[in-house]
Design a protein around this ligand. Structure first.
Ligand SMILES: Nc1nc2c(ncn2[C@@H]2O[C@H](COP(=O)(O)OP(=O)(O)OP(=O)(O)O)[C@@H](O)[C@H]2O)c(=O)[nH]1
Ligand SMILES: [Mg+2]
Length: 253
């Protein structure tokens, strides 16, 4: 069983991508299941096979403990960690070849508190990967793009799992803009030029130094443009995952 965690900032398109990729894999005759790990989700664009909302209820936590929504989400994450064996068994019983896990909207809850990496670790012991989403519209600005680079490095530093980087919602940008951002991800010199051209003063200085720091760490974040709306890029995305998880083979024969 291969498990794929979809991570990204709030609204970056995690749930839609989970849904679209699930459908796409099903069409390619792959044995796939979907897990919703977001206790705060009100509606989802897919029907989860395992749903964390069956284990914790944000509404009653808020009521019972007098918490705000974020306090309740933090408490929920700890409760989920306590029930991890049960949840893990429910996932295992699906006996799927590939499991897509949609993670909480508030990325920091999953990525930066101890419960998230614990959950990821305990949920399944087998082959895992992380898919990190860069929202295309947000990433047009080099300052935002570099901030996202930082966040994705922080995620990597937390989980130490193979990571695939996607430029999500690419249908919302003209092709030239998409190509430009992908170019930045492949070629730091191009990004440096964009920073010089588009930013000024302290912002320029800080962004450039942040970018150079990440580059120095030797972390590579080659972006694959995808759209959950048009299914553009799904083939490339899937190839990158197959390479990481299955050594280039299919998940299901
Ligand atoms: N045009 C376009 N819109 C998209 C795409 N993916 C997501 N969206 C829109 O972006 C918004 C957020 O999408 P979600 O999939 O809910 O994002 P999310 O990361 O799961 O959001 P949270 O879980 O609330 O943090 C919705 O309005 C989607 O319709 C895409 O590929 N193309
Ligand atoms: Mg979501």
């Amino acid at each position: 069983m291969f498990t794929v965690f979809i991570i990204g900032t709030a609204g970056s398109g995690k749930s839609m991508l989970t849904s679209a990729f699930n459908e796409w894999l099903k069409m390619s005759k792959q044995d796939v299941s979907v897990v919703n790990l977001d206790p705060g989700a009100l509606t989802l664009p897919y029907t989860p096979d395992v749903d964390i909302r069956d284990y914790v209820d944000i509404g009653s936590l808020m009521e019972e403990y007098g918490l705000g929504p974020n306090g309740a989400l933090i408490m929920a994450a700890d409760l989920i960690a306590d029930k991890i064996e049960e949840i893990s068994k429910e996932i295992e019983d699906l006996r799927s070849d590939i499991v897509l896990v949609d993670t909480p909207g508030q990325m920091e809850l999953f990525a930066f508190r101890t419960s998230g990496p614990y959950i990821a670790n305990e949920l399944t012991k087998e082959n895992k990967a992380i898919v990190y989403l860069f929202d295309a519209v947000f990433s047009v600005n080099p300052l935002n793009y570099v901030s996202n680079l930082f966040l994705s490095s922080a995620v990597y530093n937390r989980f130490f799992l193979p990571q695939v980087h996607l430029l999500s919602k690419c249908d919302l940008l003209p092709k030239e803009e998409v190509d430009k951002i992908v170019d930045w991800s492949a070629n730091p010199k191009k990004l440096e030029i964009a920073i010089e051209q588009k930013l000024e003063g302290t912002k320029r200085l800080l962004t450039r130094n942040m970018m150079l720091a990440i580059h120095k760490l030797g972390l590579k974040f080659l972006l694959i443009p995808v759209s959950a709306k048009t299914n553009e890029g799904m083939i490339n995305f899937n190839m990158a995952l197959e390479r990481i998880l299955a050594g280039g083979d299919k998940y299901t024969y």
